[in-house]
Design a protein around this ligand. Structure first.
Ligand SMILES: Cc1cc2nc3c(=O)[nH]c(=O)nc-3n(C[C@H](O)[C@H](O)[C@H](O)COP(=O)(O)OP(=O)(O)OC[C@H]3O[C@@H](n4cnc5c(N)ncnc54)[C@H](O)[C@@H]3O)c2cc1C
Length: 426
């Protein structure tokens, strides 16, 4: 059974939605217990991003005698949500970077290292330096990797054509923005087919750049090459097309059904299914998949195969895969990843207590998502996605999306981000 604390926290996550809805920091995780002296179970969490922090914190908050170990490559966290403001030069990078001290204070055993293998037979993580971390239950939230091999010539063009959809990679995209703003020419943004991390994000980058191009009268054009027939998922399309057609007409060109096929670094040419495009600067958002660790451990191919609503691996019931790595028809959103972390924590704690959650008999509630698409420095549109799982059927999504970017949602986005960062890192 979920604790009262956890259910009220989930309530917060569901209601802190949409535009300027009042967003209060959830108090639930402030006073959690430290690591138990003689743990009843050891849970390892891989990835100190949105999902992993949600899981690690909530596991401690369950007070179920669980020893929590978090393994994360980086010694600090950087938020992808809001980072377009750094790329556009509206905020310093440090505004989106945080230390993990808040997690350390909770008694989470944190290891700065990269997991290179999962020894499922012996229930142990293998770290890059050869150390091993034993676990009884494992939560994987390692995010995404780029499918570089899907684009001919990408390896040679990598430095010229950054993606910047993972933490600490945004500075390379900012360099492309700055070059274009100084020199003009053609700035190309590519958009992969669904599913990928944060669907509005490639368009948002194009719009914040277009706003600067207009304001500074840069002699240049932003070309968005979208593999999809229209911005996806369909409910976000009106707000995006409004920005192209009304705000940035003449500065941007939107080309649908343009699948990125190759990049030629020498001639600075992007080849797509609808023709070749020269670029002076670019942001190539590549197709994505779960990191190689998932495939190596036999947990899935492009994405991890998981069972809903528990997010347990289809291949190994002691493993949970959450966040963007999970192969589920839900938005790849940090908000959703964080909430999923607290849900799997409750599921694991139930198993540790010997009272596993009963399988739902009717429709099951799934974590929801909140994303923001910026169309200008102070204006965004809010995307709220509620999700449920009908008995025996695929998940059902209910979208609530602003029809156009607006200042109220711009303010709401900042409030949401501050609240989430506090809930994750505070
Ligand atoms: C520009 C942009 C805007 C966005 N805006 C929003 C938004 O408005 N709302 C929203 O909800 N979401 C938004 N997102 C999406 C959000 O960032 C992701 O959905 C979220 O980060 C997914 O969480 P995760 O835990 O799966 O992965 P991540 O947060 O990426 O965390 C993965 C972590 O795992 C670590 N890691 C990976 N492999 C290993 C390994 N082998 N060993 C150790 N550590 C490892 C990584 O270093 C990383 O810290 C946005 C994304 C982008 C790019």
């Amino acid at each position: 059974m979920p604790t009262h604390e956890n259910s009220s926290r989930r309530g917060f996550l569901r209601t802190a939605a949409y535009g300027t809805a009042a967003i209060a920091a959830p108090a639930v995780l402030a006073g959690c217990a430290t690591q138990p002296a003689a743990p009843k179970a050891r849970v390892a969490v891989v990835g100190g991003g949105w999902g992993g922090m949600g899981a690690a914190r909530a596991l401690v908050g369950e007070n179920a005698g669980i020893e929590v170990t978090l393994v994360e490559t980086n010694g600090r966290f950087m938020s992808c949500p809001m980072s377009t403001h750094f790329i556009a030069g509206h905020a310093p990078e440090t505004q989106f970077q945080f230390g993990y001290d808040g997690l350390d204070r909770l008694g989470i055993r944190r290891i700065t290292a990269t997991v290179v293998d999962i020894d499922r037979a012996k229930k142990a993580l293998v770290l890059g330096d050869g150390r091993r971390v034993d676990y009884d239950f494992l939560v994987l939230s390692p995010g995404i990797e780029y499918m570089e091999d899907a684009v001919a010539g990408y390896a040679q063009a990598r430095a010229l054509a950054p993606v910047g959809f993972r933490a600490f990679e945004q500075a390379a995209v900012k360099q492309q923005f700055d070059k274009f703003l100084a020199e003009g020419g053609e700035f190309v943004v590519t958009v992969p087919a669904q599913p990928y991390r944060c669907p509005p994000a490639p368009y948002e980058r194009a719009f914040l750049l277009a706003e600067l191009v207009k304001a500074r009268r840069v002699k240049g054009k932003i070309i968005v090459l979208d593999e999809n027939a229209a911005p996806m998922p369909p409910p976000i399309s009106p707000a995006i097309m409004e920005a192209y057609n009304e705000r940035y007409r003449g500065v941007t060109e939107y080309i649908p059904q343009a699948k990125l096929q190759a990049i030629d670094a020498g001639s600075r040419t992007i080849r797509t299914s609808v023709g070749d495009f020269k670029f002076s600067a670019c942001n190539t958002v590549l197709p994505m998949r779960a990191p190689a660790l998932i495939r190596k451990a036999g947990l899935g191919e492009r994405w991890a195969a998981v069972k809903l609503p528990t997010f347990q691996s289809a291949a190994d019931e002691s493993i949970y895969v959450i966040g963007d790595s999970a192969g589920v028809p839900l938005p790849k959103s940090g908000h959703l990843a964080f909430e999923t972390g607290s849900r799997v924590a409750a599921h694991i704690a139930g198993r540790v207590r010997g009272a596993p959650a009963a399988a739902p008999t009717g429709p099951a509630d799934l974590p929801n998502a909140i994303c923001w698409g910026w169309v200008a420095r102070t204006e965004a549109f809010a995307i709220n996605v509620g999700a449920s799982l009908p008995a025996g059927g695929p998940p059902k999504l209910a979208f609530k999306v602003d029809p156009r970017g607006n200042a109220a949602s711009g303010k709401g986005a900042h409030e949401w981000a501050d609240t989430m960062w506090k809930a994750m890192l505070g």
